[in-house]
Design a protein around this ligand. Structure first.
Ligand SMILES: O=C(O)CCC(=O)C(=O)O
Ligand SMILES: [Fe+2]
Length: 301
């Protein structure tokens, strides 16, 4: 049995190294997944106040015109930043700090501790073009941060699922390789890079992997693995899913452009033996959590 388990672990790691993604089936605890799905309807949808969103700002719900489908995803709802969203924070924390998740991640890279940098709670289907997540979070050197994509409902092939282009772990395509010069503002560099990368990758007419998913499943891809949103039928449509950007804590980190020699920060909340939450400087200042500022102890301890 021990030998078989070791073999299985290597299997996932090898697959991840070779293809830059891995699909795990029925690995996550069901209670917090079910709780989040229920809270989306019972707590988030009826709420009319501003909440932290993917734009980085506090916003009220923005609906697809003529529908009750919310298109501005909740950002970082795992942090203690909203009294109204406290039940969501607790359910997210139960899921993200679970021993089940730690065990699965360890199969991929053997790390003992992970730092969660960002969560996005999707309430309706996404529409991303081919891109990499390295610009949001990456390790230094590139390629060892992970994106988790967690369905909070069962989804079939018409659900607007992510599609992943198999990609060797750690393979970085530089701006220079795409014929791009770095002399423009970072915000423009992002869009320009992703568009050029998409042109290059799609020109090879690559196989693109997708899978129907059920609650409890988990898709993981690396910070350098190209992926996109496949179409949904109908569009728009409700879609409950959670996306998490995290890294093994012991690795240096930055982003695609920022590859620092070190990254000292005390802006994190140690949640368990296996997980910490990173807190951005503006969030730390605004909500007085996890900072060098005199802050009250986090309600989560
Ligand atoms: O949910 C999806 O279709 C993918 C979203 C995505 O890749 C992102 O937000 O970075
Ligand atoms: Fe992405």
């Amino acid at each position: 049995m021990k030998i078989l388990n070791a073999f299985r672990r290597n299997d996932a790691r090898q697959h991840y190294r070779q293809f830059g993604y891995h699909v795990f089936r029925s690995v996550l605890p069901r209670a917090p997944v079910d709780a989040l799905a229920a809270l989306a309807g019972d707590v988030i949808a009826p709420y009319r106040g501003p909440i932290q969103r993917q734009s980085g700002k506090l916003e009220v719900h923005d609906y697809f015109p003529g529908t009750s489908l919310i298109r501005n995803s909740l950002a970082d709802a795992h942090l203690p930043i909203s009294e109204a969203m406290r039940p969501v924070e607790l359910a997210l924390t139960a899921l993200l700090t679970s021993t089940e998740l730690a065990a699965v991640l360890q199969k991929l890279d053997g790390a003992e501790h992970y730092t969660i940098h960002q969560t996005l709670l999707f309430l309706a289907v996404q529409t991303t073009e081919l891109h990499i997540d390295s610009w949001v979070l990456d390790t230094a050197p590139h390629g060892l941060a992970h994106t988790l994509w967690i369905p909070l409902q069962n989804m079939d092939m018409r659900a607007g699922l992510p599609g992943v282009v198999p990609w060797p772990l750690g393979k970085a395509v530089t701006e220079a390789e795409l014929g791009l010069s770095p002399s423009c503002p970072p915000a423009e560099r992002y869009g320009r890079y992703q568009a050029a990368l998409a042109r290059k990758v799609l020109a090879d007419r690559p196989e693109t992997v997708t899978v129907p998913v059920c609650k409890g499943d988990l898709i993981v891809w690396s910070s350098l693995t190209p992926h996109l949103t496949l179409p949904s039928l109908p569009f728009p449509a409700k879609q409950l899913a959670l996306q998490v950007n995290l890294r093994p804590t012991h690795l240096r980190w930055g982003s695609f452009l920022d590859q620092p020699k070190g990254h000292p920060t005390n802006r994190h909340i140690r949640m368990t033996e296996r997980f910490s939450y990173f807190v951005h400087e503006n969030i730390s200042r605004e909500y007085r959590i996890a900072g060098s500022l005199p802050a009250p102890a986090s309600p989560l301890g």
